[in-house]
Design a protein around this ligand. Sequence first.
Ligand code: C5P
Length: 239
Amino acid sequence: MKPSERIILALDVPGFDEAIDSVWKFRDHVEIFKVGSELFTSVGPRIIEEIHSIGKRVFLDLKFHDIPNTVSRSALVAARLGVFMFNVHTLGGFEMMKQAAQAISKFSLGKNVDRPRIIGVTILTSMDQAAMQDELGIGLRLGPQVKQLAGLAQRAGLDGVVASPEDAEVIRSRFGKGFLIVSPGIRPSWAAAGDQKRYLTPREALRRGADYIVIGRAITSQPDPIRALKRIEEEIAGV
Ligand code: C5P
């Protein structure tokens, strides 16, 4: 994979035109665009069709988290839309993840199409140890908690996890090469942290084992976003 193929650009905007303008603007540099809850809630599946028609792939970041039946049906819809990747919350549990993974495998085999990568969100990168313990009452330390959830995802048949770049190394060493790690929480040294608490630079995230890095504001909020993207490409070349 070329370094630029490892960057997933987050289309965190509310409007169809705005999002598509970004896809055109970045089309020479980015292969995968992330459609999250803001954009999808605002404009619906036609954004995915439009991105596909430009020849780009979609990571549908809706973090499904519901009972197994509902999530597996939603997963099927994502597969029908032909997205490259989508995610569920590992905290939804083993059965939820297993049924979703099985539903899309069956669909993709039946249609003879590529199975979308199904990825489990572990602990959000905006959440730190204190928030996890004091707000959610989760007793484990962050590291073991992430490992526990990643293991559950792997056993349930998921292709990988969304995890902070800080957790990438431990996940990579524990779950091996084939298990995808998608890391948001990416901040070059020259960008503001914002609400992300557990973040690293693009270079460090890849060095620690992330397969894909999800970047939004560190590119889109810069005065010259293309220059910011090129700077990141240079920083990660040769990692
Ligand atoms: O602007 P920034 O680079 O922080 O954007 C990160 C993107 O990744 C956002 O769209 C956010 O929803 C998403 N994301 C995240 N943490 C996760 C999963 C997705 O920040 N665990």
